[in-house]
Write a protein that binds this ligand. Structure first.
Ligand code: NAG
Ligand code: NAG
Ligand code: NAG
Ligand code: NAG
Ligand code: NAG
Ligand code: NAG
Ligand code: NAG
Ligand code: NAG
Ligand code: NAG
Length: 896
């Protein structure tokens, strides 16, 4: 029996042992009480646990969310070597539990606890953690280097914490991190290189922070980021500096910031961007370069800004754009007035312009939108739509329109037809506001025969492009009318922007037709450079808005001299420098004139040089021919100013030729010549035998006293004649001896004296100045009786041709290459040329009886040649080697 007992005891013992053993196994392997298990997943959430229940070792995913656990749970997990996912959301943890001592755990979720910081030491070296969720805690501080051991981390969520700043180099070892979420924190500065190390990051979320300062290079090193969310911050501007490093960015959202500025070139480094959200910002205008480089953009959201201005080129490079949201802005003239502002958006499918300030639609507004399917124009007070405005959008199906202010004149009938045929009508509510009897009626009910004139303003006088002079006032005029006439308001725009405090004068006048017209005059009282630009007037009334053409106003300033030439006096052979410079806008052109003309002797002789850059004007080797008034003109579109300077060239008095001794037969006439030059013109004094000569009936001086004419020489006229010349540079003297021979009888053929008896030609070449004077003496017998002492005659000057300036200058180089004779270019030039350069000799050969020779002789002075007292007593004798009648002098007139 005892044996049996013993056996049974043993059995019991074994049984107890096995029961104990079994219960231990059950504790280790069974699904914990209250929890739910499914394969390796153990769900112990929402069980109000204050401590961790026994968890089977095989657990791979453990959910302990919604309990009352604190961080003293660490020990409990040490045995759970297969655990990969642990959820501890919504517990009472105040610190990150130190549970990560083994290699297996990959994901921990600690959302909605009371964790206040992330300190160093929580994570072991080579920590296998791939996902760490810490949303909705109270994390304020992340210690420097706290994440260094999380080298395998792929996802880190820190949304809804209280992080104000992140330590530098925090992410140095997170090269595997792909997603980093920091939404709803209190970050306000993103320092440069903050995210250094995140080379494989693809998504960064920073929404709902206080970010107002993104430093240059903030995102540097983001080689893989394709999504960046910065919505709901306080970012003011976009600049290239902080965009640096975002080469791979595809989606960028910046909605709900206060962005008003997009710096030039901001997008240069993120040309792969496809989706850009800038809605709910403070943008005012889209310039040509605002989105420069974003050639791959597909979605652009600009809704809820203050955009009123979109320049023609703004979207011209976005060939791939599919969706464009411009709703809730202040767009008006872009659609009302511009020609094809969206014309390059051939791939656009959805386009919203809802809730803008569009009152009318230009026929070219939607040009080029060939693939557009959906167009939203609701919440604009549209009154009119120009015909063909929608012709460019053959694929349009959803056309949203809800205007109740349509102008139901004849111009809208096309729209009725278009809506009926082309689009789904359910998106459209369009009713008339005019004419009054049609108010509230749907345009689909309009009848073609009952439509009338347009009460919309029509511009009848557009402002005109012009130049305005700085400091003066400028006016721009704009007139409009409508039928029937309706009160209009004018708005003036400059470069598509408003003009602050414009001075505007408006009135209403009756045109000839009896039709009233309203006129607005924009007055710019004191034009400055800032006033230049394109001006446009916009006329509105209750029925619509009309745009005038744009008038360009260019501001010019009157030229003003910086340097003016001064009067100069030089000696021959010296160099003359004249200075002239002027300023103005545009920069004036400088030009020179001499004596009001363009004939510069110095230029012809290649002695003149104008240096435009230094505003200098040079004449080298000055000659007396260079003398005159030099005018420097500075000219620009505002006007011309002129400065004059007188150039005087001094030359010593000199004799052009040596005086020669002469013989004359008593009773004949003789001419003594003293041909001189010098500048200023020398004063000439004749002396006979040392006594100054005074003019008498028989002695007179002409050609500026260079010729002494003695009529009817007498023996007392014989003697020594001296010619003394003086100017500022000195005095010179020359002399000649006159011998008077006994008289010889002369036969004057009476026949020859009838009609034109004598033509005396004198060619006096004094330097370059060749003067031809023809005097025809008509001898009239009738007159003979009245003049006893001499053969009857009267003098008539038939022609005086002079061929040089009025300048009483004498020129020494009488063999000048630009002799007037050569210049004359007439059929008789050969004969004339025979005089060229030889008057010296020839005039000596010519036996002058009556001399009519002047170095210069404007017509009035020619009459002075012969003193009136002398006229009756001229004795004419022909004794010349030239046959005067062969000369044709008239051809010389005007040969300059
Ligand atoms: C965690 O345990 C330690 C000692 O084991 C204790 O001092 C501490 O108060 C516990 N923490 C909480 C939050 O209960
Ligand atoms: C990284 O792990 C090592 C070894 O486990 C530890 O000594 C160190 O404190 C950890 N570093 C941090 C920043 O947690
Ligand atoms: C991270 O990026 C580097 C190159 O930047 C690459 O070699 C590596 O494979 C990437 N790692 C992962 C996990 O994508
Ligand atoms: C459109 O017209 C309505 C009433 O006519 C007015 O209240 C509203 O401000 C107008 N909207 C715009 C954008 O002009
Ligand atoms: C035009 O407007 C002025 C002032 O705004 C008003 O006095 C006048 O009666 C209006 N005229 C018409 C025809 O509406
Ligand atoms: C109206 O303005 C125009 C343009 O300034 C002016 O010529 C005209 O005299 C003005 N009429 C009245 C009645 O003031
Ligand atoms: C015009 O403007 C300039 C610069 O603002 C000023 O110096 C000048 O006095 C003004 N002239 C008049 C007539 O107002
Ligand atoms: C330059 O000369 C002219 C005429 O010779 C004279 O009218 C003018 O006053 C002179 N100018 C100066 C600055 O001396
Ligand atoms: C400058 O000279 C030209 C002719 O050379 C003359 O017409 C003009 O009146 C002169 N102007 C002045 C300011 O002296």
């Amino acid at each position: 029996m005892s044996m049996i007992m013993g056996d049974s005891h043993l059995l019991l013992f074994i049984t107890i042992i096995s029961i104990i053993q079994h219960s231990v196994d059950a504790e280790t392997y069974a699904c914990p009480q209250k929890c739910d298990c499914l394969e390796q997943y153990v769900d112990c959430s929402k069980k109000n646990f204050a401590s961790v229940p026994k968890i089977p070792k095989w657990v791979e995913q453990l959910d302990l969310s919604y309990n009352r656990l604190n961080e003293n749970v660490t020990g409990e997990f040490k045995k759970l070597l297969d655990m990969k996912v642990l959820k501890l959301d919504k517990n009472s943890l105040q610190h990150i539990p130190s549970i990560l001592q083994h290699d297996q755990i990959q994901e921990i979720s600690l959302n909605r606890n009371n964790i206040g910081s992330i300190d160093r030491g929580h994570f072991p070296a080579n920590c296998s953690l791939r996902t760490l969720n810490l949303n909705s805690n109270h994390i304020k501080i992340i210690e420097e280097g706290a994440l260094d051991n999380l080298t395998n981390l792929v996802t880190l969520k820190l949304n809804r914490n209280e992080i104000k700043s992140l330590p530098n180099h925090l992410f140095m070892y997170q090269s595997n991190l792909k997603t980093l979420e920091l939404n709803h924190n209190k970050l306000h500065t993103i320092t440069g290189l903050l995210f250094q190390g995140l080379s494989n990051l693809t998504t960064l979320k920073l929404k709902f922070n206080n970010i107002d300062n993104i430093m240059d290079g903030a995102f540097f090193g983001f080689m893989s980021v394709n999504q960046l969310q910065l919505d709901h911050n306080k970012i003011k501007s976009i600049s290239k500096g902080w965009m640096y490093g975002l080469e791979s960015l595809v989606t960028l959202s910046l909605s709900n910031n206060i962005i008003s500025v997009i710096d030039l070139g901001s997008w240069e480094l993120c040309t792969n961007l496809k989706d850009l959200d800038l809605s709910h910002n403070y943008l005012l205008e889209i310039e040509g370069c605002t989105f420069q480089h974003l050639d791959n953009l597909q979605i652009l959201n600009l809704s809820y800004n203050n955009i009123s201005s979109i320049l023609q080129e703004a979207f011209s490079h976005m060939f791939l754009l599919q969706r464009l949201y411009l709703n809730n802005n202040k767009i008006s003239w872009t659609v009302e007035d511009m020609a094809g502002p969206f014309s390059k958006l051939h791939n656009l499918v959805i386009f919203s312009l809802a809730a803008n300030h569009i009152k009318s639609i230009n026929s070219r507004a939607f040009e080029g939108l060939t693939n557009l399917v959906e167009l939203d124009l609701r919440w604009n007070n549209i009154t009119s739509i120009q015909q063909h405005a929608f012709d460019s959008m053959p694929k349009l199906k959803k056309f949203h329109l809800n205007s109740s202010l349509l102008l139901c004149d004849c111009n809208i009938l096309w729209l009725v037809k278009w809506i009926r045929e082309k689009v789904e009508q359910k998106y459209i509510t369009a009713t008339c506001a005019y004419p009054s009897e049609e108010r509230g009626v749907s345009i689909s009910k309009l009848k073609e025969d009952s439509c009338g004139d347009s009460p919309k303003p029509r511009v009848v006088e557009h402002p005109k492009t012009h130049l305005a002079i700085k400091g003066h006032s400028a006016n721009l005029v704009c007139s409009a009318t409508s039928n029937p006439f309706n009160n209009m308001t004018f708005l003036w725009k400059k470069n598509n922007g408003n003009i602050s405090n414009p001075t505007v004068y408006e009135n209403i006048t009756m045109a000839m037709s009896g039709q009233p017209r309203a006129t607005s005059v924009l007055i710019i009282p004191n034009v400055t450079h800032a006033d230049s630009g394109k001006y446009q007037c916009i006329v509105s009334n209750n029925f619509g808005t009309t745009y005038s053409s744009k008038a360009k106003v260019n501001i010019v300033t009157f030229p003003r001299f910086l340097k003016t030439p001064t009067n100069v006096t030089v000696k021959t052979g010296e160099t003359v420098t004249l200075n002239c410079a002027a300023t103005g806008d545009p920069t004036p052109e400088i030009s020179w004139k001499k004596d009001g003309g363009n004939d510069f002797p110095a230029a012809r002789e290649r002695r003149m040089n104008v240096m435009p850059t230094d505003h200098l004007f040079f004449i080298v080797n000055a000659k007396t021919s260079d003398m005159g008034i030099y005018s420097c003109a500075a000219k620009n579109p505002a006007g011309t100013i002129i400065a004059n300077a007188t150039l005087s060239v001094l030359q010593e008095p000199s004799f052009v030729r040596v005086m020669e001794n002469k013989e004359v037969t008593s009773g004949d006439s003789v001419v003594l010549q003293c041909m001189i030059s010098g500048s200023p013109k020398p004063v000439l004094k004749w002396l006979k035998d040392g006594t100054p000569i005074t003019p008498t009936d028989r002695h007179y001086l002409t050609a500026d006293d260079q010729l002494l004419i003695i009529i009817g020489a007498e023996s007392s006229d014989a003697g020594r004649y001296e010619c003394e010349i003086t100017n500022e540079l000195g005095t010179k003297k020359d002399m000649t001896e006159l011998r008077v021979l006994p008289p010889v009888a002369i036969m004057v053929n009476e026949e020859d004296m009838t009609g034109i008896i004598i033509i005396t030609v004198v060619c006096c070449a004094v330097g370059t100045s060749i003067i031809w004077v023809v005097i025809i003496y008509h001898t009239r017998r009738r007159m003979a009786s009245t003049v006893r002492s001499f053969p009857a005659e009267s003098i008539k000057m038939t022609q005086v041709v002079h061929s040089d300036s009025e300048s009483p200058q004498m020129f020494p180089d009488n063999i000048s290459e630009h002799s007037s004779c050569k210049d004359s270019g007439t059929g008789d030039s050969a004969k004339q040329t025979s005089f060229d350069g030889v008057p010296t000799d020839r005039s000596d050969q010519v036996h002058f009886e009556t001399v009519v020779c002047r170095s210069y002789s404007p017509v009035p002075e020619a009459h002075k040649l012969l003193p009136s007292s002398f006229k009756p007593s001229i004795q004419v004798c022909v004794n010349t080697s030239v046959t005067p009648a062969t000369y044709s002098f008239s051809s010389h007139s005007g040969n300059i």
